[in-house]
Design a protein around this ligand. Structure first.
Ligand code: GSH
Length: 232
C-alpha cells in the first residue's frame, strides 16, 4: 500500500484510498477545473473538501502542500519518477494531468503549444481580472466609493470577453479539439452569473462565447466535476 504520510496534509484530510489521486479543493471556478479534468480523463481520485476559510486553507497541513494557501492542490501517489508528487496551481495541475494521460492536450506539438497559450491566457488574464471584478462589483469591494477599481475590472472583463468571442468565431472550442484550455476558461465565463455581472459586462452580446459556455456545460463530465467536492 502506498504511504502518503510524508505529506502532512494527509493528517488533516486522511486518504481513504492512498493508491489514487488525492484532490484538495472547493467548487469554485479554479477548483472545478481539476475535478472536471479528472472526470473528463476518467482518472480515479478522491476529493477532500478544503473550504476557503482560514481554518482550512491557512492550516499548517494545507500550507505544507500549497504555501500560497489556495485551492486546488493534488497529490498523485503515482508520480512521474516512480514517486508520489504534490502539486498546486490549477494550470500546472491541468498540464500535469494532460501529460500523464496524453488526453485533452491536442494531437500535435503545435496543438499543445496553442492549448498551453490559451491556458496561460486564462491563468494570467481571464481568471485574475474576473476574480477582481467579482470582488469590486459584487463582494466587499463594491462598498468602495471610488469608481475606478470597478470601472477598471468591468473594462478589462469586456476586453477579455471580446478576445474570447473573436477566437471562437467559427470554432467549437478555444484551440482545436476540446482541451484543458476549455476546462480552464469556461468555468470562469460561467462565474459572471454568480458575480451578477452579465449585464454590466455585455455578456449576452458575445454570442460565440454564450454558445460556447452552453456547449461546455452540457458535457456530462463537466456537470459532474462542477459539483465536486460537494459544498456540504
Ligand atoms: N492561481 C491559482 C488561484 C487559486 C485561487 O485563487 N483559489 C481561491 C479560490 S478560487 C482560494 O483558494 N482562495 C482562498 C484564499 O485566498 O485564502 C490557481 O489557479 O490555482
Amino acid at each position: 500500500m502506498t504511504d502518503l504520510s510524508a505529506f502532512p496534509i494527509t493528517q488533516k484530510w486522511a486518504p481513504t484510498n492512498p493508491e489514487i489521486i488525492q484532490l484538495y479543493s472547493f467548487p469554485t471556478p479554479n477548483g472545478v477545473k481539476v475535478s472536471i479534468a479528472l472526470e473528463e480523463m476518467e482518472l480515479p481520485y478522491e476529493a477532500h473538501k478544503v473550504t476557503l476559510a482560514d481554518a482550512d486553507v491557512k492550516s499548517p497541513e494545507f500550507l505544507s502542500l500549497n504555501p500560497n494557501n489556495k485551492i486546488p492542490a493534488i497529490i498523485d501517489p503515482n508520480g512521474p519518477d516512480g514517486q508520489p508528487i504534490g502539486l498546486f496551481e490549477s494550470g500546472a495541475i491541468l498540464l500535469y494531468l494532460a501529460e500523464k494521460t496524453g488526453k485533452l492536450i491536442g494531437s500535435t506539438a503545435t496543438d499543445k503549444h496553442h492549448i498551453t497559450q490559451w491556458l496561460m491566457f486564462q491563468m494570467g488574464g481571464l481568471g485574475p481580472m474576473l476574480g477582481q471584478l467579482g470582488f469590486f462589483y459584487k463582494f466587499a469591494g463594491s462598498q468602495i466609493e471610488d469608481p475606478r477599481p470597478r470601472e477598471r475590472y468591468i473594462g478589462e472583463t469586456k476586453r477579455l470577453l471580446a478576445v474570447v468571442d473573436k477566437q471562437l468565431e467559427g470554432q467549437e472550442w478555444i484551440a482545436g479539439d476540446f482541451s484543458i484550455a476549455d476546462i480552464a476558461i469556461a468555468p470562469w465565463l460561467a462565474a459572471l452569473v454568480f458575480y451578477e455581472a452579465q449585464e454590466v459586462t455585455g455578456w449576452a452580446d458575445h454570442t460565440n462565447a454564450v454558445a460556447y459556455v452552453d456547449r461546455v456545460l452540457k458535457r456530462p463530465a463537466v456537470q459532474k466535476g462542477r459539483s465536486i467536492p460537494a459544498r456540504d
